[in-house]
Design a protein around this ligand. Structure first.
Ligand SMILES: Nc1ncnc2c1ncn2[C@@H]1O[C@H](COP(=O)(O)OP(=O)(O)O)[C@@H](O)[C@H]1O
Ligand code: SF4
Ligand SMILES: [Mg+2]
Length: 320
């Protein structure tokens, strides 16, 4: 099946600090990231804070530019398309953030927020509009009588539902959910995750589901991709990643989850993530890897086939 979204060899750096003698110092935050999302698929993206998850989410939507690499949506190269085509594609690719409150205008009613989204793409005009607004509220489990309320009248979970309704309003094919449930209480998290899972089942929408929390990612994802210092460590079916990780970093993430104790080997992560300004040579995880060998410092391990639909970036096969 042709992927809906296909990203190849994405790299991204940000300038840091003040301009020096030799220009700005650059910090590389994405290293050769490739991924694909198929129609109807949920790809989970997990990694510690600062690993580059949001940068990937924004780059695939072309909200920020990348240094190199290609991004294809339905086979179209996003760096090569005209601004008119990009505007049209914007309808198909939406984003939901951690804090919808920050992106909701406090003076606008929910009706105004959703109407604006529909107007932008000239959808459901005329008499169909009122029905569509009610339908959207029902889709996300909100009472349609709330349409004339303003954001401050809602709880965190309800506001996230509004954020989802706004994204769904334009009938996208793909949504980036960037820490979409991370600010919510655990019980509310489960409700919003269930809503997203239901919507996916009903509409066949694809998601790139980003979270620092592996248990949340696993719950909703078909496949999971594990990121460390802007580099893909492992990718594969969610259950396999969880029950039988191939990469020491994935095993360490699982060991750190209080509710997940399915791995035979517990790996306790010691030390801090290195600064992206001074990444380790070779395998970027080696300074925290209990299995590191001298060879791990020499070359960057390529992402290679690890069987059963999995890929891993580790030179060792004899450890997990
Ligand atoms: N606009 C920016 N300018 C400079 N550095 C940035 C910018 N956005 C993110 N970064 C840095 O890039 C790295 C990756 O950030 P981000 O993609 O937000 O990671 P995550 O979402 O996994 O926490 C971090 O070190 C962060 O400080
Ligand atoms: S390549 Fe070496 S340092 Fe990196 S994860 Fe594998 S064993 Fe650990
Ligand atoms: Mg982030």
């Amino acid at each position: 099946m042709t992927p809906l979204l296909e990203v190849q060899n994405l790299t991204k750096s940000y300038p840091v600090g003040r301009k020096g003698l030799f220009g700005k110092r650059m910090m590389q935050v994405l290293r050769d990231v490739s991924l694909s999302v198929h129609p109807g698929e949920v790809l989970g993206l997990v990694g510690e804070s600062g690993s580059g998850k949001s940068t990937i989410g924004r780059a695939v939507l072309r909200l920020i530019g990348a240094d190199s690499g290609t991004i294809r949506f339905e086979g179209q190269d996003l760096s090569a398309i005209s601004s008119t085509d990009l505007r049209r594609l914007r309808k198909d690719m939406q984003i939901i953030f951690q804090d919808p409150y920050a992106s909701l205008d406090p003076r606008k009613t929910i009706r105004a927020v959703l109407t604006e989204a529909l107007d932008t793409h000239k959808l459901h005009l005329g008499t169909a509009r009122a029905e569509r607004l009610i339908g959207l509220m029902e889709m996300v489990g909100l009472n349609p009588t709330f349409l004339d309320r303003r954001p401050h009248e809602f709880s965190g979970g309800q506001r996230q539902r509004i954020g989802i309704a706004r994204a769904l309003a334009v009938e996208p094919k793909f949504i980036v959910c960037d820490e979409a449930v991370s600010a919510l209480d655990v019980s509310i998290q489960a409700q919003v995750l269930n809503l997203l899972a239901d919507l996916r089942a009903k509409t066949g929408i694809s998601l790139l589901f980003i979270s620092h929390d592996l248990s949340v990612v696993r719950y909703i994802s078909d496949r999971v991709m594990v990121l460390y210092l802007g580099k893909v460590m492992e990718v594969g079916p969610a259950d396999q990643i969880h029950f039988d990780p191939e990469h020491p970093y994935t095993a360490a993430l699982i060991s750190a989850e209080p509710s997940l104790k399915h791995t035979s080997q517990r790996i306790r992560l010691t030390g801090e993530i290195p600064s992206p300004l001074t990444p380790p040579s070779g395998c970027v995880f080696r300074t925290r890897c209990p299995y590191a060998l001298p060879a791990c410092a020499e070359t960057v391990p390529p992402l290679r086939d690890a069987g059963q639909g999995r890929m891993k970036a580790c030179i060792r096969d004899d450890i997990l």
